[in-house]
Design a protein around this ligand. Sequence first.
Ligand SMILES: Nc1nc2c(c(=O)[nH]1)N[C@H]1C(S)=C(S)[C@@H](COP(=O)(O)O)O[C@H]1N2
Ligand SMILES: [Mo]
Length: 222
Amino acid sequence: MPDDDVTISGQIRDKLIAKKQEWARDGRLLTGTSADPARERLPPGQRLARDWPVLDLGAEPDVTPEKFRLDIDGAVENRLSLRLENFMALPQTDSVSDIHCVTQWSRYDNRWQGVSARDILALTRPAPDVKHVIFTSFDGYTTNIRLDQFDQPDVFLVHSWEGKPLTRAHGGPVRMLVPRLYLWKSAKWLRRIQFTISDHPGFWELRGYHNNGDPWTEERYS
Ligand SMILES: Nc1nc2c(c(=O)[nH]1)N[C@H]1C(S)=C(S)[C@@H](COP(=O)(O)O)O[C@H]1N2
Ligand SMILES: [Mo]
């Protein structure tokens, strides 16, 4: 019965969220050290993963090309509302980067393809007083970064990984990639990017995770 399914997955989800909040409260996984990204490749307290684990709230939305829409708005000169074909027609860039998840795994040399954050900035032209960027996803997830963290050469709106379209589990058709911050900042199933003057902490940031999320200084929890 569909109603039961909803209740059961709702319970699993609540348990999972409660567990992660408990970890944040207890400061689990913290080593109390930091590392220099210029000299070391693995941030403190991380271990290397060969596969790519899936982490999310448990409800993975089925974002078909028909349902896809990406709105880029807020305090910008030029708002965009893109269908998938419009997004795919923007300039495409390849990149390779390492990713670091707060649950302690890191994965090296991921090959991505997508639209660079800097191309998005050039197209939309945020107002001079914009300081924050807020991501909203098709599953209702939200997360926040600063404009200076978005405005980096390795930040992308990605649609492909290792030459193949991003799977639904990993946030396809389009997700954020902010490789220098913990991976919870990289919103999957991207629906909206807002450029704002004030900050708006997102789903995990409101539940004990650090507002900034730098793996090199172990900004896991607030
Ligand atoms: N839309 C959405 N994006 C999300 C999440 C989510 O639940 N929903 N989880 C975040 C968390 S906590 C992590 S660790 C990464 C995991 O990405 P992956 O499943 O591709 O490894 O996605 C982030 N982006
Ligand atoms: Mo996470």
